[in-house]
Design a binder for this molecule. Sequence first.
Ligand SMILES: Nc1nc2c(ncn2[C@@H]2O[C@H](COP(=O)(O)OP(=O)(O)OP(=O)(O)O)[C@@H](O)[C@H]2O)c(=O)[nH]1
Ligand SMILES: [Mg+2]
Length: 372
Amino acid sequence: RLYVRGGSGGMGLPRLGGQGGDGGDVYVVASKDMTLKRIKDKYPQKRFVAGSGENSSVKALKGQRGKDCSILAPVGITVTTDDGRVIGDLNAPGESVKVAKGGSGGSFHSFFNPNKAKPKHIRLDLKLIADMGLVGFPNAGKSSLLTALSNATPQIASYAFTTLKPEIGKLMYKDHKQISVADLPGLIEGAHLNKGMGHKFLKHVERTKQLLFVVDVGGFQLASKTPFRSAFEAVQLLTKELELYKEELVSKPSLLVVNKMDLPDAEEKLAELKIQLQSPEEFCSLLDDDMIPKDYINFKQILPVSALTGFGIEHLKNSIRQSLDEEWFPVPIRKKDLNSSIFSAASMAFSVQTHPLNMNQKTSSGPALVVH
Ligand SMILES: Nc1nc2c(ncn2[C@@H]2O[C@H](COP(=O)(O)OP(=O)(O)OP(=O)(O)O)[C@@H](O)[C@H]2O)c(=O)[nH]1
Ligand SMILES: [Mg+2]
């Protein structure tokens, strides 16, 4: 919610019939690099006022117009008045909408008195394409999963948003609740650099409430020339791609679906993946530096399934619903903060010790310290 006001008009000059400049207008302009969070960070006071028109003077009978003010906003935004009336939709970079008009300069008609523009509040809302977005490398089984999930009423419709059309499936529940899931094209390494479907894909990820990461339990290899990636590596690479595109994508609530549990050795591989995800910093140290994300995603749940046999699908469907019903603000595990939080947690633990001799005894037999 933003405060906006056009600039005030400039004074007219009755003696010579001079006209004051009009106040500038306020616009919201779509920019591909903006996010709602960036608006908040950049303009914490959330006030946007355009420049005032100049007074008429002997040197310049017609006062200059005030400067317009542009609020940069993300693409895919709806601008509304405070009471919900739509002022405009911005669907492509560079599109703009006027949200506040400047006051007119004083002139003969207004007895040379300028107009002050009225302040108002507007709202910016990012349009969502679906509740959940499937994120995974090609062949992880995203489309199969969506078909399995929405089998009961296989409503799979194309969502015409841009040239690229993510499929939207509707999950139906017994109490008639519906949840939409977007099947997005497979992400590839380097997508943030616009490789493959690149930005087109990532733009859609932004417009879902929560994310469903899908990995193949056995890992994957896209082509014979590209390296093999384990399921753990797939998770980190997906995180890295999202983070490099827009860091805040990584803090969306996320579930991890481990697919293809019907394959041989799937149970062992799942167990290994769970261990790796418990201490990602340890296992990430074995990866190339450019594969390591800044933040590790704190998945709400890890859900093993087989889209092929239907194993785990009902549970997944319920978990999706539960996840959307809850208000949950995920805190990604930050590598840098991790040491300091272990340190501060450890110092807290130490500070409750009354006798230094008890310390070792207590830390070795006490409950394990879990750092989320
Ligand atoms: N064994 C096994 N194969 C699966 C499973 N789920 C999907 N597959 C197979 O994996 C391949 C890829 O499945 P898709 O659903 O097309 O994968 P996708 O993630 O949508 O792929 P893209 O659209 O290219 O990103 C297909 O041959 C599926 O039959 C599963 O649970 N078990
Ligand atoms: Mg697919």
